[in-house]
Ligand binder design. Structure first.
Ligand code: NAD
Length: 483
């Protein structure tokens, strides 16, 4: 009998009201792991009702007391890192090391959320009156999570939301719901007041119910751009605060003078880690001038050396893709790129991983001469595919970088300070890096994107989190007025 996942509502594990399910599958072994409900309005209504009911008591709970629960959460994640990481690897395909590092980033966010009490206090802003800004929680907030960071992304939001006095609902991705289910089971030992932290499973049915629920006041979404835009628009129409992070296409500009070893390692680790399914994966390398001749053979060599395998095998560097449909889509995009005239320098499509012959694996693929504005250039492939584009000048590289409809990250590899400065100054695509394949910023930075990579104005994490998860309330007192 398949394990059926339950929702966690009001401090209890509860069956979904819906009787339709999707399968959770280990993408390396294709073994069925569990059934997860597709979700429905009644599930969300129950969770939102319970979160709303507990929100008044929770906001009255002193902030320093709220933080104590977060401190204990950190300890639970530390004590159970291997167990949680193994579940994550088995349902997402990540390597065990990648799953463990995700837990490390989640812990970083918990720690940062613990500073919130010190910045929530009121401010005296007037001369003749005592005027304070009290930051009131927004009430009930929810996050909608993508498949590629089942642990980290909920922790981008709910520790801050709870610290600010909100109650919360997490909706994991239906493709990888087991990791957060286990985390919630472990969190039962916290004895958080019932209803403060809830989890509702499901797919788009649950998302629509969240968007339409009148008790939920704020939504944090992370996923593909099309769904981000949908959630943002419909959430706003329903009067909610919404921050919606979308997809990405992260270009890396390589100048001829860049250090070969550093560049090749950073680019290939970023492009092929988690089988290229990170939102920050370096999927496009823009080679300037002579860099094409210097770097192309080295990138192919490094890509070839990456070992595909089951994430629990310590030798594996590239795990499977999340689903077979995803693999079919990626193979199709590669073919369309080739049909447009791109050159397949390394074809990772035919692959057999011994012992895991049915797994959704694909080996690193390198495509060169990709057409400007063509299939491989403009689409977020979300697979182990590195596209190479040759240009003659840095200006052309900057122009190409800025032409993307996405706006997540862009990096340059060079020793030439003038080139680096021009890049920093002229690239408008959100976050810039030098010598970085993946720009994993620290939690205290307001990580956010622009264009189709972000819908909203306040990014998650500390600086903006307080503005997102609270509503300022002005309180004025006349100090000279007698009782
Ligand atoms: P997705 O958009 O398919 O799903 C994200 C969430 O939306 C899931 O919880 C899913 O249940 C729900 N959903 C899916 N289709 C829906 C629909 N039609 N209507 C309503 N809800 C729907 O994304 P994914 O494939 O799970 O995740 C990968 C995407 O997430 C990539 O585009 C990646 O770049 C992006 N991502 C972005 C960031 C960032 O920081 N910007 C971080 C991680 C992932």
């Amino acid at each position: 009998m398949d394990k059926i996942l339950k929702n966690y509502i009001n401090g209890k594990w509860i069956d979904s009201f819906c009787d339709k399910y999707t399968l959770v599958i280990n993408p390396a072994t294709t073994r069925k792991l569990a059934k997860v409900p597709v979700g429905c309005t009644q599930d969300v209504d129950l969770a939102a009702g319970s979160a709303e009911k507990s929100s008044f008591e929770w906001l009255k709970t002193p902030a320093k007391q709220r933080i104590q629960y977060l401190v204990k959460m950190e300890q639970i994640l530390k004590n159970h890192t291997d167990e949680i990481a193994e579940i994550c690897t088995n349902e997402s395909g990540k390597t065990f090391a990648e799953s463990k590092s995700e837990i490390g980033y989640a812990i970083d966010n918990i720690r940062h959320a613990c500073i919130i009490p010190s910045v929530l206090s009121g401010t005296n802003t007037a001369n003749n009156a005592n005027e304070y800004i009290n930051r009131m929680p927004v009430g009930v907030a929810a996050c909608i999570v993508p498949f590629n960071f089942p642990i980290l992304i909920p922790f981008w939001f709910f520790p801050y939301a709870l610290a600010c006095g909100n109650t919360y609902i997490v909706k994991p991705s239906e493709k990888v719901p087991m990791t957060m289910t286990r985390v919630f089971e472990l969190f039962e030992s916290l004895k958080l007041p019932s209803g403060v932290l809830n989890m509702v499973h499901g797919g788009k049915e649950t998302v629509n119910a969240i968007i339409n629920n009148t008790k939920i006041n704020a939504i944090s979404f992370v996923g593909s751009s099309a769904v981000a835009k949908y959630v943002y628009q419909h959430g706003l129409l329903n009067g909610k605060k919404v921050q919606a992070q979308g997809g990405a296409k992260n270009p890396i500009v390589v100048m001829p003078d860049a250090d070969v070893d550093t560049t090749v390692k950073a680019v290939t680790d970023s492009a092929f880690g988690f089988a290229g399914q990170h939102c920050l994966a370096a999927s496009l390398v823009i080679l300037v001038g002579e860099a094409a001749n210097i770097f192309t053979p080295k990138l192919i060599e490094a890509a070839k050396s990456k070992k595909c395998g089951y994430g629990m095998d310590p030798r594996a560097e590239v795990g499977p893709l999340i689903t077979n449909e995803s693999r079919k889509r990626i193979r199709q995009l590669i073919q369309e790129g080739v049909d447009e005239g791109a050159e397949l320098l390394l074809d990772g499509r035919p692959v057999t991983v011994k012992g895991f012959e049915d797994g959704f694996f694909m080996e690193p693929t390198v495509i060169s001469n990709i057409k400007h504005s063509g299939i491989v250039h403009v689409n977020e492939i979300l697979g182990p595919v590195l596209g190479l584009i040759k240009v003659e000048t840095l200006n052309e590289a900057i122009g190409l970088t800025n032409s993307s409809t996405f706006g997540s990250t862009a990096s340059i590899f060079t020793h030439n300070e003038t080139a680096a400065r021009r890049f920093r100054h002229n690239v408008t695509n959100a976050n810039n890096g030098e010598f970085f394949g993946n720009l994993n910023s620290i939690p205290s930075s307001p990580f956010g994107n622009i264009k189709e990579s972000y819908y909203g104005d306040l990014s998650g994490q500390p600086i903006n989190a307080i503005d997102f998860f609270t509503q300022p309330k002005i309180v004025m007192e006349n100090p000279n007025k007698d009782e």
